[in-house]
Design a protein around this ligand. Structure first.
Ligand code: ADP
Ligand code: ADP
Length: 217
């Protein structure tokens, strides 16, 4: 089953993807993480990507679609992918459909994480992640006590450079203008399930778990 986890920045897509990976043997494909890996190359393309990310704008569809196609050709993850942060506009949604059909796959479920925007600034400004295992914590809601992995003993807790109040408001504007219309595209295919993402992390995971179990019945 391929799943799109959908919602504004800070809704909990990455957090719930981690839960899905561990409980349903799925593979997370996060375009944000793939882009942050690209930044390490320090190439001219990397600096172009970085300035777009810091401005809260979308990176070009060509760059994103290339990153995605490389992953979709990997048969070891076929039909067990969670798309996190992708698609981000209608064009990307259509490209995803045609790439998946090229590899005889499709999207079975779109989990729509519904949150009031009022909570997002605090969730994003409190977001930190482990430098070793990349697990995400929150200084306000999910304190970074320790990671499960013993290799993380020497970890540093990283904050993303785009997780500041000014960029967040631009990212929300981009989300409203470009990303939200995708919901209509997927609703017409009857694959969208709403999740109340205002609840705490564990309760959101429980809702998601019961949606997936219902679908598998
Ligand atoms: P996204 O991937 O949608 O941008 P994340 O999963 O990274 O969001 O979550 C953003 C921040 O909010 C993280 O610090 C995470 O620990 C925290 N968080 C996620 N879900 C919840 C929740 N249901 N309640 C409170 N905090 C949450
Ligand atoms: P969040 O869930 O907090 O918005 P992401 O890690 O998904 O964060 O994305 C961070 C930034 O990376 C976005 O603001 C955007 O600049 C870029 N990005 C991520 N995914 C895409 C995508 N599918 N298309 C275009 N840009 C993207």
């Amino acid at each position: 089953m391929n799943i799109v986890i959908f919602g504004p920045p800070g809704a909990g897509k990455g957090t719930q993807s981690s839960y899905l990976i561990h409980n349903f043997n799925l593979f997370q494909l996060s375009t944000g993480d793939l882009l942050r890996d690209e930044l390490k190359s320090k190439s001219a393309l990397a600096s172009e990507i970085e300035s777009l990310m810091n401005a809260g704008k979308l990176v070009s569809d060509t760059i994103i679609n290339n990153l995605i196609e490389k992953k979709l050709s990997d048969v070891s993850i076929a039909n067990r992918i969670i798309f996190d942060g992708f698609p981000r506009n209608i064009e990307q949604a259509k490209t995803l459909d045609s790439l998946l059909s090229k590899y005889s796959q499709s999207i079975s479920l779109v989990l729509n994480l519904k949150v009031d925007y009022s909570v997002l600034t605090k969730r994003i400004s409190g977001r930190v992640s482990c430098s070793v295992c990349k697990k995400t914590f929150n200084e306000f809601f999910d304190p970074p006590v320790s990671c499960e992995n013993s290799k993380c003993a020497d970890r540093v807790l990283n904050k993303r450079s785009d997780d500041n109040v000014e960029t967040v408001s631009k990212r929300l504007k981009t989300y409203d203008e470009s990303t939200l219309p995708i919901l209509g595209y997927y609703s017409s295919k009857n694959i969208v399930k709403d999740v109340d993402a205002m609840e705490d992390i564990e309760s959101v995971s429980k809702q998601i778990s019961s949606i997936i179990k219902d679908l598998k019945r």
